[in-house]
Design a protein. Structure first.
Length: 479
């Protein structure tokens, strides 16, 4: 299927500039071809009425074939008053659209086509290497063929151009501007802003602890996400490049994608994520509508690439968290964990020890453990008090603590697990305790926040990406 946007360009300098312009005006101003509706503000309503009601005789007919940046134009009259070089170039451009496509993209009246030209011409002239104050352009709309099309003419007052062809990059930039105009950007960005408002409505991005209407992270959500992350983290290699799109991640990609899905489908983001998918779907259909079923559109390249970009960014946040976790050695991770959770542990030792010395040695280990976790005196006494009560020991708290002298509060992994075992935490029980508190250790709000941030960033890139795709697809249709 051919493109719905066809652009042709050519240039002339075989006659004098004024004769070429007059010849162009004569051609485009034929009544059987041209839309003669005036663009004057006072006549705009007549145009709309004429489209709705063929009985437009109620209004005095005001014909105008050609327009420029200021509205209705009379090029031949302009030539009488403008001093232009006789040997300059004139450039002709023709842009055509199928009628259904034009209507669906807001090109209905002559005013709509005029707005399009006013949008694209200044940047085209600049890209051609011409000066705006030395360059004039005219346009005319023809509806005499199956496809409505515009004829555009460009010329310089004082010749500065040494070559007649329009640079390729200038054509590409013109395609970008046409594409941007045809894709109703105003409505899209209204929808985008509404989507972002819905995303951020329940979350203050500057202070994620302030939740307006719901408890953002339920225990059920955190625990399930905890289990998924632990499962993935246990499988990830400790060495090698860990990026979402790296080869090392291929065996774990599906599991990582499931976690990303889980985050994006959280109550705070799932509705807006669905809206984002609808926007991608809408733009993919727009590409098919404009360019037909190209190879890229058959494989839904645009949709898949944009979704992949979002997943890549959220996935790399998850992997970044893993790398930070892995950067600490085992004993440092234990120290960091205990510094936050030792006060939640219910230490309890056997109460059938016959020797007081055994209890004193356990007390010394507990004291070392408190220092290892960075507790102050008050916190240490509280931990000891609970240990004495839970163990049903008949010990004087202050006397025990004052009698302890610690010369080394460092642990090896083996020493740490032996100490914890004496305090009622076997290795299995301790691991279970850690897993229970793992989701509290990680800041899951960061994951959601990053997902929101990346979603916003991707929507900002939508316009640039779709225009880039259009430029690529339109290239083959330039003649």
């Amino acid at each position: 299927m051919s493109s719905n946007i066809v652009i042709r360009t050519r240039y002339k300098n075989n006659l004098t500039t004024s004769k070429n312009i007059s010849k162009w005006v004569d051609y485009v101003s034929k009544k059987e071809k041209a839309d003669t509706t005036s663009l004057d503000e006072k006549n705009i309503m007549k145009e709309y009425f004429s489209l709705a009601d063929k009985d437009s005789f109620l209004f005095e007919k005001c014909e105008s074939f050609v327009w420029d940046k200021d509205g209705d134009a009379n090029p031949k009259q302009d030539l009488k008053y403008n001093d232009i070089d006789s040997n300059g170039f004139i450039w002709n451009i023709v842009i055509s659209f199928p009628p259904d496509f034009a209507i669906n993209n807001g090109l209905i009246t002559k005013s709509d086509y005029a707005d399009l030209t006013k949008n694209i011409m200044p940047s085209l002239i600049t890209d051609m290497g011409l000066k705006l104050d030395n360059t004039n352009w005219y346009a005319c709309l023809h509806r005499n063929t199956d496809n409505p099309h515009m004829h555009i003419l460009i010329y310089e007052n004082k010749k500065t151009a040494s070559k007649g062809f329009i640079p390729q990059f200038a054509i590409q930039n013109m395609k970008s501007n046409i594409s941007s105009f045809l894709i109703d950007n105003t409505e899209f960005y209204k929808l985008r802003d509404k989507t972002f408002s819905n995303i951020t409505g329940s979350i203050e991005l500057n202070d994620l602890n302030k939740i307006k209407s719901q408890k953002l992270f339920s225990d059920k959500f955190r625990k399930e996400l905890n289990n998924k992350l632990l499962s993935l983290y246990e499988k990830l290699p400790s060495k090698g490049r860990l990026q979402y799109n790296s080869k090392n991640m291929i065996p774990y990609k599906n599991e990582l994608n499931e976690i990303i899905d889980f985050i994006l489908m959280h109550d705070s983001t799932k509705y807006n994520y669905a809206n984002y998918l609808k926007l991608l779907e809408q733009h993919q259909k727009e590409l098919i509508n404009i360019y037909g079923m190209t190879e890229d559109n058959k494989t839904r390249k645009y949709y898949n690439e944009q979704l992949q970009r979002l997943y890549s960014k959220v996935g790399n946040e998850i992997l970044s968290n893993f790398k930070k976790y892995q950067s600490l050695n085992a004993i440092n991770r234990e120290q960091k964990f205990l510094s936050k959770h030792i006060k939640d542990m219910k230490f309890k030792s056997r109460n059938d020890y016959l020797k007081e010395d055994t209890k004193n040695k356990i007390a010394l280990d507990l004291y070392r453990l408190c220092l290892f976790a960075g507790l102050n005196d008050y916190e240490t006494k509280k931990v000891f008090k609970n240990w004495i009560i839970n163990s049903k020991y008949n010990l004087d708290l202050n006397k025990v603590i004052n009698s302890l002298v610690v010369t080394n509060n460092e642990f090896t992994s083996t020493e740490l697990y032996k100490c914890l075992n004496k305090l009622g935490y076997s290795y299995k029980k301790y691991v279970k305790f850690k897993n229970k508190h793992f989701y509290q250790e990680l800041n899951y709000k960061v994951f959601i926040n990053q997902a929101i941030t990346h979603l916003m960033y991707e929507l900002e890139r939508e316009k640039m990406q779709i225009v880039s795709n259009m430029e690529y697809e339109l290239e083959e249709y330039i003649q």
